[in-house]
Design a protein around this ligand. Structure first.
Ligand SMILES: Nc1ncnc2c1ncn2[C@@H]1O[C@H](COP(=O)(O)OP(=O)(O)O)[C@@H](O)[C@H]1O
Ligand SMILES: [Mg+2]
Length: 244
């Protein structure tokens, strides 16, 4: 939806510019024509149509603004806690969910709906990897990334990160699969089962938040995703304003 929103916004903007050009030239033509010229009526019709088209672009622009994501300071543990009951239902009774959510790690800056999507996509993948049941562990911790570690990771700066770990006891992955999982449309699931968009969406969201995602997995030994999200600096102040 976001992509559609920004696309609509971009097109509406360019389209609006072209409409102004049409309007200007129509006005020039009207100025040059004598009042009695029958062509004037045609040109006035063009002006009315341009006017309607402009209103339409305004609607598109409003839509795109509504679609733009609004990152806010938020407590990731609380988001994970709130989505717990939904995950329980999605995963079914053969999968046990263990939550180790530290309540006071500080805040990240993200859009709540996007964080829910991250958790949901990872949980659904875990479910698919555990067709005979198993255990899904969701954990939040605080990590201080030092200069040396940050230098090794493209998207990381030194400082505090809130780390979300999602670990399953499922089928795991070999290196060949692991290397491709964040590619859009990459899936090992059958037609109608996988879209290959889950993890590329997750990676996109994490990148937008200035974070990083890492995966640890071996065939038969399960999978762990670790998502590093920079801790929001104005944590204490923001916590007072935003209860989430
Ligand atoms: N928890 C997991 N355990 C094992 N394999 C996984 C896991 N998560 C993702 N994968 C692999 O990564 C691929 C891509 O995942 P994703 O982008 O969510 O697409 P999809 O789930 O539609 O296939 C999956 O097809 C699967 O091979
Ligand atoms: Mg998926």
């Amino acid at each position: 939806m976001e992509a559609v929103g920004s696309l609509a916004g971009g097109i509406a903007h360019d389209f609006n510019n072209m409409l102004s050009v049409i309007l200007n030239y129509t006005d020039f033509a009207l100025d040059d024509l004598p009042m009695s010229d029958p062509l004037r009526n045609h040109l006035l019709q063009v002006k009315t149509a341009v006017h309607h088209a402009t209103l339409l672009t305004h609607k598109l622009l409003a839509f795109s603004r509504k679609q733009t994501i609004q990152p806010v300071p938020l407590n990731l543990s609380r988001i994970a806690e709130e989505i717990g009951p939904i995950l329980l239902r999605v995963l079914g009774e053969d999968i046990q969910i263990v939550q180790r959510l530290a309540p006071d790690l500080g805040l990240i800056r993200a859009e709540p709906g996007q964080m829910e999507q991250v958790l949901m996509n990872l949980a659904i993948n875990a479910r698919d990897a555990m067709p005979k049941g198993g255990c899904l562990t969701i954990e939040t911790t605080l990590v201080n990334v030092d200069e040396k570690t940050a230098a090794r990771r493209v998207y990381m700066h030194p400082g505090f990160y809130i780390v979300l770990s999602v670990t399953d006891t499922g089928c795991g992955m070999d290196k060949k699969t692991r290397d491709r999982i964040f590619e859009p449309l990459f899936t090992t699931k059958g037609i109608g089962k996988g879209t290959g968009l889950g993890l590329s969406t997750v990676a996109g969201i994490v990148k937008q938040c200035g974070g990083d995602i890492r995966v640890f997995s071996k065939p038969g030994l399960g999978t762990a995703f670790k998502i590093y999200l920079p801790r929001h600096l104005a944590t204490a102040a923001a916590q007072l304003i935003t209860p989430r």
